[in-house]
Ligand binder design. Structure first.
Ligand SMILES: Cc1cc2nc3c(=O)[nH]c(=O)nc-3n(C[C@H](O)[C@H](O)[C@H](O)COP(=O)(O)O)c2cc1C
Length: 226
């Protein structure tokens, strides 16, 4: 344990637990013969009329400042860094999701709270101010991986905004899970979105190597044609 309370053991246990519970959920779902599904996530606007979409580009993300693994005190979150690099290159609009009640500054408290929220599917309220997402044909959606998926504040945003019919470009930072289950989460909320190949990087590498991250982001975007 380092002096600021972010233990390697705790992080590893949560990465492993996220993976294990993901595996368990996928096995359960295979029995339903409807492909792997995560419980408690319903499609947004299921059966509603398809939305008319504009052609603008939006970068929307959530990121947490404060104590983070390993012994970091972030003034700019890891995902926020990546969001900035994407926006610098693709332009358009950028919007940060803020929970109405911030998560605790303390890392371990956040880990415990996030686990409870995801287990019980508590949709954490978020501050208003998001743009009308119907204007956008392309939405870059960024988040840290928490317990193997998007933090519930991000899922509140997803539930409130119908992104079916748009191109969704996911990006995430993590400490070992990669995208975890988060791509399945996106497809379950938005079965009619076109989900492009996303970008992930370990959060501590984003922190230690911002220039390398910017370069990687640039190559990824070029590959996708942005
Ligand atoms: C509540 C919480 C849960 C986390 N769960 C995972 C996880 O399941 N898998 C993983 O690889 N990393 C996990 N992490 C590490 C974060 O994904 C990683 O530190 C990320 O870069 C944080 O991004 P941010 O600075 O944008 O908030 C977790 C971190 C927190 C605070």
């Amino acid at each position: 344990m380092n002096p600021h309370g972010v233990s390697r053991r705790k992080l590893l246990s949560l990465v492993t637990a996220g993976a294990a519970s993901a595996a368990g959920l996928l096995i359960v779902d295979r029995r339903n013969a409807s492909g792997p599904r995560l419980p408690g996530i319903s499609p947004v606007n299921a059966g509603g009329p398809p939305r008319k979409r504009g052609s603008k580009t939006l970068v929307v993300y959530f990121s947490k400042t404060g104590r983070n693994y390993p012994d970091l005190n972030l003034t700019v979150g890891n995902t926020a860094q990546v969001a900035g690099f994407i926006h610098d290159r693709v332009g358009g609009d950028i919007f940060e999701i803020h929970p109405a009640e911030p998560y605790p500054a303390d890392y371990d408290q956040t880990v415990d709270m996030a686990q409870r929220e995801e287990r019980e599917r508590i949709y954490r309220d978020i501050k208003p101010g998001a743009p009308d997402t119907d204007q956008y044909g392309t939405v870059f959606l960024g988040y840290p991986i928490w317990w193997g998926e998007q933090p519930m504040a991000v899922q509140t945003f997803m539930r409130r905004h119908d992104l079916n019919g748009s191109k969704i470009v996911p990006f995430a930072t993590h400490e070992g899970s990669g995208f975890g289950n988060s791509l399945t989460v996106i497809k379950q909320y938005y079965p009619n979105a076109d989900v492009l190949d996303g970008y992930t990087r370990q959060g501590q590498d984003v922190y230690r190597d911002p220039d390398g991250t910017r370069t990687e982001v640039g190559s990824w975007l070029r590959r996708l044609g942005f």
